[in-house]
Design a protein around this ligand. Structure first.
Ligand SMILES: Nc1nc(=O)c2c([nH]1)NC[C@@H]1CN(c3ccc(C(=O)N[C@@H](CCC(=O)O)C(=O)O)cc3)CN21
Ligand SMILES: CC(C)C(=O)C(=O)O
Ligand SMILES: [Mg+2]
Length: 288
């Protein structure tokens, strides 16, 4: 069992901010865990930042399983959370249960689903079966086509009501936390006050119980990062510079230099071996 459990995450509400970041592979998960991140999250945003799609709708259960396995192998301390991809839980509760179980068996400690009120029965069944669930309301990217893009939420009375209703339904169904994505901060504050489970914001302001960001956005790797992202590093230019240096050194014959390769110390020994090998190759050729 990892150090950070869903129980600990729930106890952090109102006491200590929860920090969550996405990770999709072994090395990034290792670094995130070493950095003391509380929740290491295999998000379906990987469809965009790792596979280059324009939305998250093409992500499959198989992809989520591969990436969850890689992340799970790296993480010793943080809670490993995996996203349920588009259409892996909408068709039926049975299918949702089975797919959630596959993510848990791949090494996740909990799963996240988009939506709240609409999925309250599934959440209840999963929690009863022993699978911790995080909900997700506000902007729900899996509804990209219906929403017509990624827009801020919580402006109208209907939207405010829907967001509160989702959060409350999730709490009642036994979810351990809820993501509030791209919600006006006043609304995120209201929801955070209205429910007893932690709210984890992304683009939703400082009043949430925690924050989540996408790895490639906050490290400056992804070129289309949303406007609410703070870039904590500019890895893209660092990586590009390193690759340009590598290219230049190879082109100019400066890499590999002496310390990066090995040669025979006894040149006579090599000449003897070389002669024998060349003779043998010649014989073999004549035989053919
Ligand atoms: N790399 C990445 N980071 C994310 O935070 C993220 C994903 N991918 N994929 C899934 C969702 C989608 N998210 C997004 C993506 C884009 C905007 C964005 O650019 N909004 C613009 C245009 C909105 C509009 O058209 O009205 C904005 O200016 O607000 C917001 C949230 C957040 N999530
Ligand atoms: C934007 C976050 C919350 C997410 O669901 C993802 O990265 O897939
Ligand atoms: Mg997601």
């Amino acid at each position: 069992m990892r150090q950070i459990t869903v129980k600990k995450i729930m106890e952090m509400k109102g006491k200590e901010k929860i920090v969550m970041v996405t990770a999709y592979d072994y090395p990034s998960a290792l670094i995130a865990d070493k950095a003391g991140i509380d929740i290491i999250f295999v998000g379906d945003s990987l469809g965009m930042v790792v596979y280059g799609d324009e939305n998250t709708l093409n992500v499959t259960m198989d992809q989520m399983l591969y990436h969850t396995r890689a992340v799970a192998k790296a993480v010793k301390r943080g809670l490993v959370l995996a996203d349920m991809p588009f259409m892996s839980y909408e068709v039926s509760i049975e299918e949702g249960m089975k797919n959630a179980a596959r993510l848990i068996q791949a090494g996740a400690d909990a799963v996240k689903i988009e939506g709240g009120y609409d999925h309250r029965k599934l959440v209840k069944r999963l929690v009863r079966a022993g699978i911790p669930v995080m909900g997700h309301t506000g902007l729900t990217p899996q509804r990209y086509l219906r929403l017509g893009g990624y827009h801020i939420t919580g402006e109208t009375e209907e939207e405010i009501e829907e967001i509160i209703k989702d959060a409350k339904a999730l709490e009642k169904a036994g979810a351990f936390a809820v993501v509030l994505e791209f919600v006006l901060s006043d609304v995120a504050k209201l929801v955070t006050e209205e429910v007893n489970i932690p709210t984890i914001g992304i683009g939703s302001g400082p009043h949430c119980d925690g924050q989540v960001l996408v790895w490639h956005d906050l490290l400056g790797v992804y070129e289309h990062a949303p406007p609410f992202v703070k870039k904590y590093a500019d890895l893209r230019s660092i990586i590009q510079l390193a690759l340009e240096n590598y290219r230049e050194e190879v082109k100019e014959g400066r890499f590999p230099s002496g310390k990066y390769y090995w040669e025979f110390l006894d040149k006579e020994d090599f000449e003897k071996k070389k002669r024998r090998v060349m003779e043998k190759l010649l014989e073999d050729e004549l035989e053919e």
